[in-house]
Design a protein around this ligand. Sequence first.
Ligand SMILES: NC(=O)c1ccc[n+]([C@@H]2O[C@H](COP(=O)([O-])OP(=O)(O)OC[C@H]3O[C@@H](n4cnc5c(N)ncnc54)[C@H](OP(=O)(O)O)[C@@H]3O)[C@@H](O)[C@H]2O)c1
Length: 151
Amino acid sequence: MLEREVLLVLGAAGGVGVSAVQIGKVCGAVVIAVARGPEKLQYLQSIGADHVIDSSKDNIIESAKFFLKARGLKGVDVLYDPVGGKLTQDSLKLLKWGAHILVIGFASGDVPIIRANVALVKAHLAFAALRDRKAVGKVMIVMDASVKSRL
Ligand SMILES: NC(=O)c1ccc[n+]([C@@H]2O[C@H](COP(=O)([O-])OP(=O)(O)OC[C@H]3O[C@@H](n4cnc5c(N)ncnc54)[C@H](OP(=O)(O)O)[C@@H]3O)[C@@H](O)[C@H]2O)c1
């Protein structure tokens, strides 16, 4: 996590979520924290979250976009996801180019499906090369980060 990068934490008031918010702040990230209920949001603000979203009543896409725009930020760099389900699906729409998704757990009980069209426009590494005109045409995604992508 780099300074000024945007970290979106789902289930932010839960066990692993709170640690993610705190680590994000220590690293200098802009932290968006998602939880349900005013007490949790208040707590998350008290530990430094820059923006809090109540997923039981707010539209997380609209709320996050509003915040990002107001701060002049383009999107989320890192999604920290211990929840899964619809929250994940919605959060994918907030990711920017080259974003990282940390799949931590599935507290909602729903393992999310990341649809290929999202990968097509958002995926890390290989597609960034296309965007930068370093490659034209076919892309092979190599899941092992230690192996160089072959374009
Ligand atoms: N990968 C790893 O190394 C690792 C390590 C520890 C834990 N985990 C996994 O990470 C997940 C979270 O662990 P945790 O210890 O943070 O649990 P936790 O303290 O129970 O927190 C989970 C949070 O998820 C949120 N949530 C959203 N939708 C939910 C739903 N439908 N049902 C239940 N919770 C929901 C809840 O927050 P709101 O009510 O505010 O939405 C809750 O605070 C678990 O799946 C756990 O197995 C993974």
